[in-house]
Write a protein that binds this ligand. Structure first.
Ligand code: NAD
Length: 320
């Protein structure tokens, strides 16, 4: 029986706690938040011992820590845990900086990442088709995320909307899942060109609220990518994958093949709709099947994120 712990008990952590409680072979043994009251309240609901100090919790005999803290703490907290032999399930983004990501890569057997949208029914179905059928070459990908984030969202926690603590805006936080799905299905990108801008949240955040970008995959296929937090509503994400022999659209949380709906995602019972239902699936796979989305499996996506910011800074195409 593994002993699991969670650090950072804010918005997303309840998805981790619920996933742990629903999994076999694991017990939730500790919850840590620098706001001790939050940790205590969480342990009253989910069980385990409450901590306010991360280092102390790491000494309490745990096997795996779920890191659900703000972006700027991911690298430091993950590195501390793995150096003590404790495994990590890390919320996205893996790290804020490319150098930090590279320092964690050697711990690929110990660090897995919460890219839970890979486990949405539509995405899993498309991945299986890709692995079992000959679809011909990928020709083109188009991806769009139109979400709404306003002042109240950014005021809800100090770290949001700032370069030093969030590391970027819509790309590294919200649209990272959409980019991951472009790459998870489309393959590795060899170059990117990106423009980032703060269009509608100028007096609210330092970081970008909008990105538009082009990616070139290793086989030469192109992707066009657009994401904004400046929309009036939260729309379901849209991704179109054009292969030589079939076209797939991820639309309204369902998968269409050549215009025919072939499967749809489960509706979220926990957290926000657009987070999907993958948290529980990823956590169950980890504890029950020893199956992981290991950090090296996220390298192509994370390197594309860093390259997009670099491209926006340099104003030109960047090779990965
Ligand atoms: N996978 C997803 O779909 C998804 C969805 C939402 C958030 N996230 C990610 O989860 C992480 C947390 O996001 P959130 O929205 O829950 O943030 P949040 O601000 O709601 O929660 C963060 C928590 O961490 C605590 N914390 C901060 N510093 C700490 C420290 N030194 N020690 C212990 N606790 C500390 C805070 O008190 C807070 O309770 C982010 O990386 C975010 O990108 C992922």
């Amino acid at each position: 029986m593994k002993k699991a712990a969670i650090v950072g008990f804010g918005a997303v952590a309840p998805n981790h706690a619920a996933g742990i409680l629903k999994s076999e072979n694991v017990v939730l043994s500790a919850i840590c938040d620098c706001d001790f009251e939050k940790a205590v309240k969480a342990t009253e609901i989910y069980g385990g011992q409450a901590f306010s100090d991360y280092d102390e919790m790491l000494e309490s005999g745990i096997d795996t820590v779920h890191i659900c803290t703000p972006h700027y703490l991911h690298f430091e907290m993950a590195e501390k845990a793995v150096k003590k032999g404790i495994e990590v399930i890390l919320e996205k983004p893996v790290t804020m900086l490319k150098e930090e990501f590279e320092k964690l890569l050697p711990y690929k057997d110990k660090i897995s990442v919460m890219f839970q949208n890979r486990r949405n029914n539509s995405v899993a179905a498309l991945k299986e088709i890709l692995e079992t059928e000959d679809l011909g070459q990928l020709k083109e990908v188009e991806a769009k995320l139109l979400w709404h984030r306003d002042k109240s969202y950014y005021d809800s926690a100090d770290w949001r909307g700032k370069f030093a603590t969030e590391g970027g805006g819509v790309l590294i936080n919200q649209a990272i899942h959409t980019l991951d799905l472009c790459i998870y299905i489309g393959g590795k990108a060899k170059s990117v060109t990106a423009r980032v801008e703060n269009r509608t949240l100028k007096n609210v955040i330092e970081v970008e609220d909008t990105i538009d970008a082009e990616l070139t995959f290793e086989n030469g296929a192109k992707a066009s990518f657009y994401a904004t937090n400046g929309n009036e509503t939260n729309e379901p994400i849209y991704i179109k994958y054009v292969f030589e022999k079939a076209t797939f659209e991820y639309l309204d949380n369902a998968l269409y093949r050549d215009g025919v709906r072939i499967t749809h995602d489960d509706s979220a019972t926990f957290g926000k709709d657009y987070w999907g239902t993958g948290h529980e699936k990823v956590i169950k796979e980890y504890y029950e099947k020893d199956k992981k989305i290991s950090i090296d499996n996220t390298e192509n996506t994370m390197k594309a994120v860093f390259a997009m910011y670099e491209s926006a800074k340099q104003g030109k195409e960047v090779l990965l």
